[in-house]
Design a protein around this ligand. Structure first.
Ligand SMILES: OC[C@@H]1[C@@H](O)[C@H](O)[C@@H](O)c2nc(CNc3ccccc3)cn21
Length: 448
């Protein structure tokens, strides 16, 4: 008996990204991207791992799609590697790159699986980084050129398009904290990058609308429910600032057409506020069909005099955590969904990522009994169900991730997949969580 039944047209899917699974980093005309470069620099990545081979999905995509079919998964979110299409980032087109993605999309459609494409999942062509990357307005236009070609090639086949994956991570981890490619540590640059990424998003949405395509387009943001460590005035203010820093800066720009006043004032005082015009904000505010959200955990923050630049630091609570050290806090997903519904006019929402890394092992029977992951997924889906019951227009859920894959700075040390990947043999082992998720999809809900 299905105890928690989701709406009839609810989208159940899984998600991946190009650099994390494809491999073939220098095959068939692909150009270098910033993660090829960043991972080639010793010390940047756990044990100097890289995505040169990854899950070799570039060559194994058909057998991987067969697994999706076997599990009854009917929606698959993946990203296109910009440098496979434009090796230099613009201009010369690599036909073999286009042919690969056409084969991939047709193979999915042949199995009744609907593709959802992310145009940018962090892998900027290195040639564009060499001219300043996202700090350079030319890159905004090159992104539009890349998107236009993808819409022309695949716009009639692909029903869901996501312009960018997590502009906050691209700008902050890549340009303020320096722990992601391209490894820059400058908040002022980071916020300029965030602004140009949002500009490129708005321009591409406008382009999509002009091409009278039949699908839906949106953007994916990593959002977190922010909690104050105490009820002190300083900690409450710290929570408001961190909510502005991670969530409202992007949500307000995209959905309200203006950056939040409190954060503009703070960034101006810190001399890190980017330059922008009213016209820019109109472009960024182009109407989207859905908001994609990646939710993994909440953030508990406190005032910290020594924490540059926001005077906010995160608490490391002694609560159950995933292998990433992220607290398991399902209620945060409900809180986030309700807040988004209330504060952003009930916009349609897709959960474009939710999942957990655990230290999976293959047991003596050759199985992966990942009950921890099933528990994480169950609890979060229950909160998603509660949010739908309370009126949130939640339209779908893409589990992160389909396959174990290259987990950025953590390399292959963290496994998020519902399918285990033995990187020595490229053998796939379907984990118990995959069979559990297959039942959720078959029942369109949770049974216990
Ligand atoms: O870390 C798991 C996944 C990652 O593999 C995806 O490529 C990426 O889209 C993704 N985003 C988050 C959430 N945001 C985040 C926060 C701090 C550091 C890194 C990512 C988790 N994940």
């Amino acid at each position: 008996m299905v105890k928690y039944k989701f709406p009839d047209d609810f989208i159940w899917g899984v998600a991946t990204s190009a650099y994390q699974i494809e491999g073939a980093y220098n095959k068939d005309g692909k150009g270098e991207n910033i993660w090829d470069r960043f991972t080639s620099i010793p010390g940047n990545i756990y044990k100097n791992h890289n995505g040169n081979v990854a899950c070799d999905h570039y060559h194994l995509y058909q057998s991987d799609i067969n697994i999706l079919k076997e599990l009854g998964i009917k929606n698959y979110r993946f990203s296109i590697s910009w440098a496979r299409i434009f090796p230099d980032g613009y201009g010369k087109v690599n036909q073999k790159g286009i042919e690969y993605y056409r084969r991939l999309i047709n193979a999915l459609l042949d199995k009744g699986i609907q593709p959802a494409i992310t145009l940018y999942h962090w892998d900027l062509p290195q040639e564009l980084q060499d001219i300043g990357g996202w700090t350079n307005k030319k890159v905004v236009d090159y992104f539009v050129e890349y998107a236009e070609l993808m819409f022309k090639e695949f716009g009639d086949l692909v029903p869901i398009w996501i312009t960018h994956n997590e502009p906050w991570v691209v700008s902050i981890l890549g340009h303020a904290w320096g722990v992601h490619a391209p490894g820059i540590k400058d908040y002022k640059i980071a916020l300029k990058v965030a602004h140009n990424i949002l500009l490129s998003h708005g321009k591409v949405v406008k382009l999509y609308r002009s091409m009278s395509l039949k699908g839906k387009i949106g953007i994916t943001l990593n959002l977190s429910s922010i909690h104050s460590a105490t009820d002190s005035e300083k900690d409450l203010l710290a929570a408001k600032i961190y909510d502005g820093f991670m969530n409202r800066w992007f949500l307000d720009a995209i959905l309200k057409g203006s950056y939040p006043e409190d954060m503009k004032k703070l960034y101006n005082e810190l001399n890190i506020l980017p330059q922008f015009s009213d016209d820019d904000m109109k472009i960024i505010n182009e109407r989207i069909d859905f908001l994609g959200i990646n939710y993994y955990t909440r953030s508990v923050v406190k005032y910290d005099e020594n924490a540059y630049p926001l005077k906010v630091s995160m608490l490391d609570l002694d609560n159950p955590k995933t292998d990433m050290g992220w607290e398991i806090y399902p209620k945060g997903l409900y809180e986030l969904l309700i807040n988004l519904h209330k504060n952003y006019d009930g916009i349609d929402i897709l959960i474009t990522e939710n999942g957990a890394a655990f230290n999976d092992i293959v047991n003596y029977k050759g199985k992966v009994v990942d009950d921890y992951r099933i528990d994480y997924l169950y609890r979060h889906l229950l909160e998603a169900y509660r949010a739908i019951c309370d009126g949130v227009n939640l339209k779908g859920y893409y589990l992160w991730s389909f396959l174990d894959n290259f987990e950025w700075a953590e390399g292959y040390s963290k496994r998020f997949g519902i399918v285990f990947v033995d990187y020595n043999t490229q053998k796939r082992i379907i984990k118990d969580s995959a069979y559990w998720y297959s039942d959720v999809i078959k029942n369109n809900g949770i049974t216990e």
